[in-house]
Design a protein around this ligand. Structure first.
Ligand SMILES: Nc1nc2c(ncn2[C@@H]2O[C@H](COP(=O)(O)OP(=O)(O)OP(=O)(O)O)[C@@H](O)[C@H]2O)c(=O)[nH]1
Ligand SMILES: [Mg+2]
Length: 300
């Protein structure tokens, strides 16, 4: 008998949702940074164990949108939660429950969607009674399928989240090939790897104004007969001054990001890679419908 379960991972920005997706699937398929609003679209991670196929859907952090992009990010979350078997709601245990947390959890409960509440980053709390207090705060909202204190960073609670998710599996076909890990096209994985490195190296408004598009991709053989993948990517930013910062003095920042991205690409795709990066300015693209669509951020 084949079974499947669809679970969306939702919560506020920076709670650790993408980290959880990667830990569940066992491979880094979603980008992770210490900056809120890293994930911009929904990302499906697939894990097949014998007859059971888990389909985990990572989503952008739910926030009050201040631009068109933010609006599409929140829309992506709403679309991701239609037709799920269970919601994994993730919150940072060190933060107080917010209106967004309350509204979303209540919304699930009203729709009778079972909720697995994950209180993440427990490694940051020395006094465990604080975790108990946080649990009590959330428990007041209603009945959960389960409440799991976790530290995804230390892989603490991850297997339990999987076990609890499995309880909502239904008899069904597998919707993805059993060896598939994600629905993201290759080019999206590549551009996300590059964007992650740039986000990590930049600050304030700059990381949020970066978009990366792969505009050329082809395989070739080197003179010594080795396979090589040539990638050319365009990095869009919002201002000339941002462009200068992304490139860095004598190109140091761009070079650092490029080297880190190339190493990750080589290990993920298992092929020698030649990566070329270009930086262009598109003022206020986060409010430009056409550009948001071109960057693949509104096709939801
Ligand atoms: N201390 C600690 N940090 C964690 C844990 N899990 C994730 N993080 C860190 O929290 C930050 C945010 O993690 P992400 O996985 O990108 O969070 P997210 O919820 O996907 O964020 P958005 O995509 O912006 O909504 C990163 O710096 C992670 O390394 C944890 O269990 N403990
Ligand atoms: Mg994320």
């Amino acid at each position: 008998m084949s079974r499947s379960v669809f679970a969306a991972i939702t919560g506020r920005p920076n709670a650790g949702k993408s980290s959880l997706l990667n830990a569940l699937v066992g491979e880094k398929i979603a980008m992770v940074t210490d900056k809120p609003q890293t994930t911009r679209t929904r990302i499906t991670g697939v894990l097949t164990e014998d007859d059971l196929q888990y389909v985990f859907i990572d989503t952008p952090g739910i926030h009050k949108a201040h631009d068109r992009l933010g609006h599409y990010m929140n829309k992506a979350v709403r679309q991701a939660v239609t037709d799920i078997d269970v919601a994994i709601y993730m919150a940072d245990v060190t933060h107080k429950m917010s209106d967004i947390d309350r509204d979303w959890i209540r919304g699930y409960m009203e729709q009778q969607v079972p909720v697995i509440l994950v209180l993440n980053k427990c490694d940051l709390v020395d006094d465990k009674s604080k975790v108990a207090l946080r649990i009590a705060e959330y428990a007041a909202l209603g009945e959960y399928a389960s409440v799991i204190p976790a530290s995804v960073q230390e892989r603490d609670g991850v297997d339990l989240i999987k076990e609890e998710t499995a309880k909502f599996a239904k008899e069904s076909v597998h919707y993805f090939p059993d060896d598939k890990l994600t629905d993201q096209p290759e080019k999206v994985i590549m551009s996300e790897m590059i964007r992650e490195k740039l986000m990590k190296l930049t600050y304030e408004e700059i990381p949020h104004g970066i978009a990366v598009i792969i505009d050329e991709l082809h395989e070739d053989t080197t003179k010594t007969g080795e396979d090589i993948m040539h990638i050319s990517a365009v990095i869009y930013c919002e201002r000339e001054s941002h462009k200068g910062i992304i490139i860095g003095k004598h190109g140091t920042v761009l070079k650092k990001a490029g080297t880190a991205a190339r190493e990750e690409l080589e290990s993920f795709f298992g092929i020698k890679t030649d990566l070329k990066l270009w930086v262009k300015v598109r003022e206020d693209w986060r409010n430009n419908e056409g550009l948001i669509k071109n960057f693949g951020l509104s096709d939801i």
